[in-house]
Design a protein around this ligand. Structure first.
Ligand code: AMP
Length: 142
């Protein structure tokens, strides 16, 4: 898929932001929304997206990083605590050559445990009940 050069309002995360398609929500404020990744690379894999329309890191206005990254840190703490993980991997892809598949800026928060291999990026769909239960654990740790 070629890289997009302009932000498209029909990307899937923009639809989630507008409430047009559902998500397993973990956290929301005026700057950002956090929800469960439907094809998690580990139990508790969470995405944090800004409400600012930005395709990726290069597209995000400089003055919008502060409040967005504060949300990333807040949710990261809750993911680690709620999932009781030993470590937390943060990933962020810029451009299809780098592995980006949804062109609205997002950080992946992926719990890690010693000896538990990472699942494939955009691999298997998780059961809704599992996503709901993990979202509840993370919300409880906020
Ligand atoms: P990236 O490849 O970094 O652009 O990541 C996109 C991520 O969004 C992947 O990990 C997908 O599993 C995830 N994803 C795609 N569609 C949805 C959706 N409707 N709800 C939650 N996560 C999604």
């Amino acid at each position: 898929m070629p890289d997009k050069h302009t932000y498209r309002a029909d990307n899937i995360f923009a639809k989630i932001l507008r409430g047009e398609i559902p998500c397993h929500k973990v956290y929301e404020d005026e700057h950002a929304l956090a929800f469960m990744d439907i094809m998690p690379q580990a139990e508790g894999h969470t995405l944090v997206i800004p409400k600012q329309n930005a395709m990726n890191l290069f597209d995000m206005p400089e003055d919008r990083w502060g409040p967005y990254m504060q949300c990333v840190q807040k949710v990261a703490r809750a993911v680690k605590a709620g999932m009781n993980s030993e470590g937390l991997l943060i990933q962020q892809f810029n451009g299809s050559a780098a592995g980006q598949t949804v062109f609205h800026l997002h950080f992946h928060l992926i719990p890690r445990w010693e000896g538990v291999p990472l699942r494939r990026h955009t691999g298997e769909m998780e059961k809704p009940a599992v996503l709901a239960a993990n979202a509840e654990r993370i919300r409880a740790a906020l």
